[in-house]
Design a protein around this ligand. Sequence first.
Ligand code: AMP
Ligand code: GLY
Length: 424
Amino acid sequence: MNVLLIGSGGREHALAWKIAASPVLDKLYCAPGNPGIANEAECVDIEVEDHGAVVAFCAEYEIGLVVVGPEAPLVAGIADALNEAGIPVFGPTAAAAQLEGSKGFTKDLCDRHNIPTGAYMRFNNAPKAKAYAREMGAPIVIKADGLAAGKGVTVAMTLEQAFEAIEDCFEGAFGEAGAEVVVEEFLEGEEASFFCICNGINALPLTTAQDHKCVGDGDTGPNTGGMGAYSPAPVMTDALIEQTMEQIIKPTLQGMAERGTPFTGVLYAGLMITDSGPQLIEYNVRFGDPECQVLMMRLKDDILMLMKAAADELLWTMSARWTDEAALCVVMATKGYPGAYKKGSAISNLEAASAVHNVEVFHAGTALEADKIVANGGRVLGVTALGATVITAHDQAYMAVDLIDWDDGFCRRDIGWRAIQREK
Ligand code: AMP
Ligand code: GLY
């Protein structure tokens, strides 16, 4: 089978690496890809926003499955265009991608189906949003409704911060995404990410991971797309996974099917494990980045077969097995990220880092300049290791990180700290 993978981040490099290992793969293409992905796939220059061009490419190159990595093309309806053209695609329609595309949509769905989540209200103007925040009191969470690259959420510890976040949204800090605002109850607990592959009302539970959203050590500083991850997340016991399936995932899929927008693809539940059980913080309609990197390192089965089975409505025939080992990914980013940063700084010694036992270096925002790798984005590399424990995986990953020469790069030094504390 020929496969077209859409995307250019660390998540897509991990997917490309795993898909390339599939015995049922003939040829892998990636649009647009990156220099790391180019080791696994032929990178092709198609305008992903031009759905007609994607469909035409698939017809010409006899693509048997399109795998969509990021959320933006899904929310823009790329799966709808492919479905219409009869090309198998792994990823939800635009209507089903609203689970990530609109926080208000998901909160309303939770409300209708009694899915545990924080109390909330939706607003289209600042005065009413502020009044509700005042009534609820701080801490309180302010969310731009639409897609904001993981940056549209403010956990406000004071009312002043909440008011400022509300004003930012309505003054256009997140463009259209902030034209509506969700004001949400602050949930206390430990966060975990849980992933399922879904088709309609069928869900194949995958595994768990924990992300590190803040830019600084000790979970300080502004939120990012994710500075590192590990899997599995020990906070998610089998009993909590079962509870999440019954109370959160299944009613969501049922609700989506009932409203005529069944969900196909990866459903990623961002959870807060509170004293009263798992509560939904948000859904994403794709693998996490960098969670995908750790998941692909631990998956023993063929990801391509799993995704194809979902696209062909044969998911119920499949299972997914995971190594008992832990995987841990350290994201290396350009200094300045998640704020402004410079592009073009040189990165070297990647071969030595990749040669460390059980380590894969996944590329995100890299580019080739005169045959040399340079930084070309905020999050640039995902140095990922497998180990018997989170501590071993951590040590292997940082050994590789420390071999990389990149003056303009930085990373958090404490990825995995919660699990490591538990192991110690
Ligand atoms: P999101 O983009 O919705 O995942 O939010 C980004 C981060 O904000 C989450 O990973 C949490 O750390 C935090 N967050 C979001 N919603 C809440 C909430 N209701 N209570 C506490 N923290 C939250
Ligand atoms: N790492 C968080 C996300 O992919 O949304």
